[in-house]
Design a protein around this ligand. Structure first.
Ligand SMILES: [Zn+2]
Length: 308
């Protein structure tokens, strides 16, 4: 078991794997690929949400990068929520029932997810030049591939466009990996591919290709990946209405469908069938995400509408 400082000081070319001590008896798996030549350092995390398996599999496959052809290094933390991964928990850490991607920049003396957020913000983010946080639809979410980047961050927007998923979403939320990274000067993106926790060769490949494009863009590699017209990638905002009631969720639209301002996006009904709430769209746009579970709890994210 290694500590982060020793690990990041290493500059001997090669591929290293093991577990890293993040304090309080917590250890995380890591993969560190150090190139033959110096260059930028890319950080990649996955498994912030332990059941987004496609992102975790894509992160694990990065051990196949050849250090002999790297200028710089790639540091991968493939499963941040280890117990959530094995227990297949949705969104949260089983230890404290909190969503890691809402508690950044974390707390030194906080609960499990808050301490991990603090450790990442303090000890990991400042050592890197670029950051990709891999996600996907959790067990109850269907989604169409997109990236997220902090609004008005030109470096992060360039990474999002380079990654190559069809929509790049500009965000200004707080508590996320991305904005904590931005606070310490690290440009980062979130990449979202696949839904309902599913993973398959083609969806893992979509993430892998995006990562390889970013590696080329940063001149860490010069690999042979298809060139993309980044002008075709739509930069959008994502509007996500939250459930105003607990009940049963009936969405009326599916992925990629166009919606108009005022359209009924879905209903929340009681067990009796009585309509409790009607969700209407505030925008003209396109469905990038929706909650697939029949059960819904007040405050849940119901549907994501990409709009300009
Ligand atoms: Zn996620």
């Amino acid at each position: 078991m290694t500590r982060i400082n020793e690990l990041l000081k290493n500059n001997k070319a090669g591929t290293y794997q093991g577990s890293i001590n993040v304090g309080n008896d917590t250890e995380l798996p890591f993969i560190h690929i150090i190139g033959n030549k110096p260059g930028p350092r890319l950080l990649i995390t996955a498994g912030v949400h332990g059941s987004e398996f496609c992102s975790i599999e894509a992160a694990l496959r990065l051990k196949n990068l050849d250090s002999a052809h790297l200028s710089g290094s790639v540091f991968v933390l493939p499963i941040l929520n280890v117990n959530g991964f094995y227990q297949r928990s949705i969104f949260v850490f089983p230890e404290d029932n909190k969503n890691l991607n809402r508690v950044f920049p974390g707390k030194e003396q906080g609960s499990k997810s808050e301490r991990l957020a603090f450790w990442l913000t303090q000890n990991v983010f400042p050592s890197f030049d670029a950051y990709i946080d891999l996600h996907g639809g959790d067990l109850v979410e269907s989604l169409s591939p997109f990236t997220l980047f902090p609004r008005n961050n030109a470096k992060a927007q360039a990474l999002a466009k380079t990654f190559g998923l069809p929509h790049a979403v500009s965000t200004d939320g707080h508590g996320y990996t991305l904005d904590a990274a931005e606070q310490v000067g690290l440009p980062g993106i979130i990449a979202e591919v696949s839904g309902n926790g599913l993973w398959a060769e083609n969806t893992v490949e979509q993430l892998t290709l995006g990562i390889y494009r970013v590696l080329n863009f940063l001149n860490i590699t010069q690999s042979d990946v298809p060139v993309l017209d980044t002008n075709k990638i739509a930069v959008v905002d994502l509007w996500i209405p939250k459930a105003p009631a607990t009940g049963l969720w009936y969405p009326f639209f599916t992925l990629e469908e166009e919606v108009r301002h005022g359209d009924i996006l879905g209903e929340i009904r009681a067990v009796s069938g009585e309509i409790l709430e009607t969700i209407t769209s505030d925008f003209d746009g396109r469905v990038l995400y929706y909650l697939t579970s029949l059960s819904v709890t007040v405050g849940d994210a119901l549907i994501g509408i990409a709009h300009h």
